[in-house]
Design a binder for this molecule. Structure first.
Ligand SMILES: C[S@@+](CC[C@H](N)C(=O)[O-])C[C@H]1O[C@@H](n2cnc3c(N)ncnc32)[C@H](O)[C@@H]1O
Length: 344
């Protein structure tokens, strides 16, 4: 165990948490100042709950440092993003936070400029009240930064916790065929592509602008370029044949889907997996995983328009996985995220 390395990683992670927390406070302050015109999200004032969350953040960052030290993923997953891009995006994020709060005030959920989007109907809305929903380049450009502001810089470590769990579950460890569903702008794909030994890694999402940005980010300077593939598809209708992949996974996809679509994604994932292949996903915590956070789970979909979130938090996931034909099912949770793994 390398204590110096672990403490340096912890310091780096905590500095990101401090930065994004300051930005969150800034946006909250702005919303409150203009509250005659916009509606700020609910501010958490319960001191015991805030302390519980802060302790959870530190625990998560320490675990991330241990995982790196133990070699589950490489050190460069913590490499800071370009400060230039960060500063470049910030003014638009500040401006957009007011537009988001205005939509929240007016309860405007289908405020999309582009009527020609090819996507399932349930998706044609402003998830999180965000401008353009998932369907523009400008939304894609600021998405990852906005998520980190919301989660105080813990989204990236929460995502990559799944890497360790998958590595412990996989029977085959090399030349993997991997499929990622709902990959967004490639926030997890970058870390996953550095952590697994794969023959093919298919990165998919239903949103063209999000997938385009993922491609741009992963294809620049990635030594695995020729083995990365980008496919625009809905996760419930996969354009792949049976028994193709060793691993199918998603991050923060399921809470966005209606129940019937969640079930279809499970059966499609099962279909395209090889026998003994692993299905895994990371998503929001579910009700009673950490009872102290039930109030946070109840407030989130109200503040950040998430029409299917409540259903997801109550979803009998184990039952659905079993019904689909998965076995060796296990789950775990860390801070605000939950992880499910199963075998075909
Ligand atoms: C909350 S974001 C998560 C993105 C990414 N996995 C991450 O960790 O940041 C959800 C993503 O799922 C995509 N998505 C939503 N419904 C989908 C569906 N039915 N099929 C495929 N992708 C979908 C959205 O376009 C969006 O990029």
């Amino acid at each position: 165990m390398n204590k110096i390395l672990q403490n340096s990683i912890l310091a780096s992670n905590l500095s990101k948490t401090v930065l994004y927390s300051i930005e969150f406070k800034l946006l909250m302050g702005l919303s409150k100042t203009f509250s005659f015109f916009v509606k700020p999200p609910k501010e958490e004032n319960d001191k015991v709950l805030v302390k519980h969350l802060q302790e959870g953040v530190i625990k998560l960052h320490k675990e991330d440092a241990r995982n790196i030290d133990e070699g589950y993923y490489p050190l460069d997953v913590i490499k800071p993003k370009s400060p230039f891009m960060h500063l470049k995006n910030l003014p638009y994020i500040i401006y957009d936070s007011l537009k988001i709060s205005r939509r929240r005030k007016l309860n405007r959920k289908k405020d999309l400029e582009n009527d020609l989007i090819t996507a399932p109907d349930y998706l044609k809305r402003n998830y999180h009240f965000q401008t353009d929903g998932y369907f523009s380049e400008r939304s894609a450009t600021i998405y990852e930064h906005q998520v980190e502001v919301l989660f105080s810089g813990t989204a990236a470590p929460m995502r990559r916790m799944l890497i360790k769990m998958i590595k412990e579950k996989l029977k085959t460890k090399s030349s993997l065929k991997i499929l990622e569903l709902g990959a967004g702008v490639g926030s997890a794909s970058i870390d996953f592509s550095k952590s697994f030994d794969f023959e093919n890694y298919v990165i998919s999402d239903v949103s063209v602008p999000y997938l385009n940005l993922a491609k741009k980010r992963l294809m620049s300077k990635n030594k695995n370029e020729s083995r990365l593939h980008f496919v625009q598809t809905a996760a419930e209708e996969l354009p792949f044949s049976e028994n193709e992949f060793d691993l199918v996974f998603s991050i923060y996809l399921f809470h966005e889907l209606p129940k019937d679509v969640r079930d279809k994604v499970l059966s499609e994932s099962h279909r395209v997996l090889k026998k003994d292949g692993v299905f895994a996903f990371c998503d929001s915590l579910q009700v009673n995983d950490d009872p102290r956070l039930n109030s946070v789970l109840a407030q989130f979909p109200i503040d950040y328009h998430e029409p299917f979130y409540k259903g997801y938090t109550l979803w009998k996931t184990q039952e659905s996985l079993e019904k689909t034909g998965f076995h060796e099912i296990n789950s775990d949770h860390k801070l605000l995220s939950k992880y499910w793994l199963a075998r075909k």
